[in-house]
Structure formats: C-alpha cells, structure tokens
Design a protein around this ligand. Structure first.
Ligand code: NAD
Length: 501
C-alpha cells in the first residue's frame, strides 16, 4: 500500500495536510520522507479538554458496565476491519516490520475482547463481618478521567491496553501519544469514531486526543481533575511524571524502561534458545521495552552459543520493513542510531568485544537509520550494560553458578522482563521463586518479549511498578469502596469497644 492509500483508508488525508505555525511534521523512519503534517493541540486548550473529560465522566459512570463494554466490542470490530491499513501505518510511522505492525493491531483487538468480558466481571469481594447482623463488601466504582501518555515504539497498542480497560471501568480517556507517532493516533481515533457512531449515545469528550510534546503531557500530569495518569516511556520521563502525580495524590501507572536478561543454563535446548534470543534481541530493531539486552550464558556453553548467534546475526535481512522478507527494520531516527554507536564505543572502552553494530547504507532505503544488530561480549556487567540503550545491542556475559546468574540478572536498576532457558526443574523453579528474578515478568524457555494481553504487564524498580492489560490490572482504573451494612437492630462496635451514653 502506498502512503496516500494508507492515509485515505484511515480517513487521514485532510488531517495529514495541516498548515500553519503549530504543525508537527511526521517523518517515516523508513526513509525520512515527510508523510504528513498534523495540527498540534494548543497548550491553552488543555483546561477545556480536561473539563470535557470531566463532563463525560459524570455521564459515563452511570452507564452500566456491560453497556460500556458494548462500545469496546464495537471498537474491536472496527479494528478488525481496519487491521491491514492501521498495521501498514504503524510500519510507515514507527518503522516496524509488516508482521509486527499487524501484530500490534491484533494486540488491540485482543485487549478489546478481554475488556468486553471484563465489563461483566468487575467483581468485588464479600467479607465476613465480626459483628452480628452485619455484611461487608467491596464495590468498585469509576475513578474519573485517565490520561494515557504513550511512547513511539508501541504507538497504538499501549493506548488500547489502557483505553479498553478504562472505558469499561467508566473512565474517560485523554491520550497524549508520542510526538513521533501522531498519525497512528489520529487513525485510531478515526476508527474509534466509527465505533462511537454505531454505539449512539456516548457522551461527547469520552475519548480525546491531544497532539504535541511533553508540555501537553505535563498539563495532564499536574491537573487534579485527572485522577489517573498512565505514562509509558523512558525512566527519565517517569522520574519527572511520577513525583508530579504523587504531589497531588493522583494515581500513576508507570511503564518505563527495561533491561531484560536471559539466563541460558547448561541443560538448555540451544536451538530453541538461539531462536528466542534472535527474536527478542533483534525484533522491532531492539526497540521494545521487553527487548532482550543481556545474555547470561553458562561458561560451559557460552562460546558455542555466541558463535551460533554471530552466525545467525550475519544472516538477518536488514532493510525496508514493508518487504515481507525483512526481519530488521530501521531505528526510529538518526539520534537513536548515534546513541547505539556511542553505547558500542563505551562497551569497547569497558573491555567488550563487539560483533556487528555497523551502520548499514547498502541495500536499504536511503534516509533511514539502519544498523546491523550487535553482540557485545563483556568481561563484566559494566556501566553501559546496566543502562537501557534503545537499540539492538545484546551484551553477553558468562556465569558458573545459578546464584551468580540470578545475582547478575537482578543487579540492574530496571526490573521489567526476564527469562531462563533450562530443562532443569530445580533451576526453573528457583528462577521463578522469591529468591529468583526480581522482574514483573519472569519466563521459562520463552524469551522476555512478546507478552500476551491476558497477563498483567509491567515491571519493578526503575520500570515504575505499574501494571496494565490483563489479570486484575483493571483495578488501577477504579476506586475501591469498602461497605458495611448493618441489618440488625443493634449497634455493636468493632473490636468490642463500648461507647454507651
Ligand atoms: P519518552 O520517555 O521519550 O516519551 C514517552 C512519552 O512521554 C511521549 O509521549 C513524550 O512526549 C512524553 N513525555 C516526555 N517527557 C514528559 C514529561 N516531562 N511530562 C509528560 N510527558 C512527557 O520515550 P520514547 O522514546 O517514546 O519510548 C521509549 C522508552 O519507552 C523506552 O525507555 C522503553 O523501554 C519505554 N517503554 C516502556 C514500556 C513499558 O510498558 N514498560 C512500553 C513501551 C516503551
């Protein structure tokens, strides 16, 4: 599909031709081509945006949750119809290979399906009361407008993880996408508009989009009228956003950087491990929060594994992400490429031996930032290994005992995803236990990336502690009320307290 066809299929032709001083130029990472100009939301409009969301909240919270789920069901249907075009736009705007662009839209569909079921399952507990003739229970209520700030690398899926849950939970959504990917956000809003039209009577302002940079995000982060702020991006961003939300006692859901590791034990199925390593270290050109960045291989198999990986890396097709044969597309921009090259220089200075990692200029579209994925054999977990460089660099380290491997895995500031490849039950269970991985995601014989929506997604430490998507992540979008009902004719006090007068 050509750019113009994709934009037309998603009703974006006019929106992508904005003119005037406050316009954001959108460049495709494929070749740097200008693919659209979109209007920036003036900062002065933010109070009105927030007021509209508050007004929508007053109506939406009264709509029964299963009816709210109907809107999300319709959104899932519209996403199915638009999957090919939206997937192609993700590829064009974020540079993901075609299959991953489509996979991102599939993830949106999956979370819609999940949320529709959830709309009939917002359960509270009943609790045994210590007082006769009393009943205790928990009820869950809508919380209010939810700001969703998203990163460039999952330009639409992260919004849907939040929005599908927030909507069934009764919360309006205000979305501030990455300034690098506004077109996919506008397209998603157009798809949602189709669902809203079919739904019929959703309040105006239920789902809004604001296009621009951190200043718009800051307006949401500091407003007391926005009780939930879900922010996905770098730890640097989370360090600013988290304290600001906390200062006003708001609720934040922080999904920040990762530095994900795989331990490969002597018993591991190396064929499977190699496939998992290559997909999770190189997929999305190393630009997933869950990308594999550290390989901790037992010293008895380290040399063989590294050799196999060097060979596999040399055969990877790098190029235009729209070509079905490509496995490694471009980095988001040239600044990301420069950060990768600088990290590799630092790795060398810290004693590393680097394989690959060169800029690719031949056989790729000109104007994009194409690189060979890099393997860096490191003598230790040095400073650069402990940082998240958002690019396809895999640091390789050795270990002798499982305790040592787990200590290395945990000894980084981030705590998102982790895994072990082993056929040894004791090792696998130790890794998953309280003395094992300290991450939000810990896997056995599966790489650290490519999570399903059914589980709660997120991580510990500098990853921010937030959880999104499946399991009971919905609870972060609602407020819990504990209710005690006295159906007796007496008024006993808890803990046997007497207060007679
Ligand atoms: P980024 O931090 O540069 O930007 C993310 C978003 O935050 C953007 O919308 C940006 O405009 C906004 N923002 C930046 N500063 C802000 C501020 N002071 N106030 C309010 N908003 C602000 O991140 P990026 O480069 O787009 O994405 C890559 C990063 O995101 C990586 O670190 C990656 O690990 C992380 N990420 C994490 C997850 C997760 O679920 N844990 C998922 C995807 C990406």
């Amino acid at each position: 599909m050509q750019t113009t066809e994709i934009l037309a299929a998603l009703d974006l032709t006019a929106a992508a031709r904005a003119e005037g001083p406050d316009v954001l130029a959108v460049r495709s990472p494929i070749d740097g081509a200008d693919i659209g100009r979109v209007a920036v939301t003036p900062a002065a409009e933010m109070p009105a945006v927030i007021a509209r969301a508050q007004a929508a909240f007053r109506a939406w919270r009264q709509v029964p949750a299963p009816r709210r789920g109907e809107l999300v069901r319709l959104l899932g249907e519209e996403l199915r119809a638009a999957k090919a075009a939206l997937g192609a736009l993700v590829t064009l705007e974020a540079g993901k290979i075609a299959s991953e662009g489509l996979g991102e839209v599939q993830e949106m569909i999956d979370i819609c399906d999940f949320a529709v079921g959830l709309s009939r399952q917002l359960y509270g507990l009943t609790i045994a009361s210590e007082r006769p003739g009393h009943r205790m229970m928990e009820s869950w209520h809508p919380m209010g407008p939810c700001a969703v700030i998203t990163a460039f690398n999952f330009p639409v899926a992260v919004w849907s993880w939040n929005a599908a849950l927030a909507l069934v939970c009764g919360d309006p959504v205000i979305w501030k996408p990455s300034e690098k990917t506004p077109l996919t956000a506008l397209a998603t809003m157009n798809i949602l508009a189709r669902a809203l039209a079919r739904f019929g009577d959703a309040p105006e302002g239920l789902c809004q989009l604001v296009v621009g940079g951190p200043d718009l995000g800051a307006a949401l982060v500091t407003s007391r009228e926005v009780p939930i702020v879900s922010a996905t991006g770098s730890t640097r961003m989370g360090r600013i956003v988290g304290p600001k939300v906390a200062e006003r006692f708001g609720r934040s859901i922080l999904e920040l950087g990762g530095n994900n590791a795989m331990i490969v034990a002597p018993s591991a199925d190396l064929d499977m491990a190699v496939r998992a390593i290559v997909f999770s270290a190189v997929g999305t050109a190393g630009q997933r929060c869950t990308s594999l960045r550290r390989l901790i291989a037992h010293n008895s198999i380290r040399a063989e594994l590294t050799e196999r990986l060097v060979k596999a890396y040399a055969s990877l097709p790098i190029g235009d992400p729209r070509a079905t044969t490509t496995l490694v597309g471009p980095l988001i921009d040239h600044a990301a490429r420069d950060r990768m090259l600088a990290a590799l220089e630092q790795a060398k200075a810290e004693g590393g031996t680097v394989h690959g990692g060169r800029t690719v200029g031949q056989g790729v579209p000109q104007g994009g930032a194409y690189v060979e994925p890099a393997l860096a054999e490191m003598p230790a977990q040095s400073a650069i290994v402990r940082e998240e460089t958002f690019a396809p660099i895999l640091y390789v380290m050795g270990y002798d005992s499982l305790d040592e491997a787990i200590a290395l895995q945990n000894d980084v500031p981030q705590g998102l995803s982790s895994c072990i490849f082993t056929l040894n039950l004791r090792e696998a269970e130790t890794f998953l236990s309280a003395v094992g991985s300290d991450c939000g995601i810990a896997n056995v014989n599966i790489g650290p990336s490519g999570a399903e929506i059914g589980g709660a997604f997120g991580g510990e430490k500098e990853t921010g502690g937030g959880r999104e998507s499946g399991s009971d992540a919905w609870k972060a979008y609602m407020r819990r009320a504990t209710n005690t009902v006295n159906y007796s004719a007496a008024l006993p006090l808890a803990q046997g307290v007497k207060f007679d007068f």
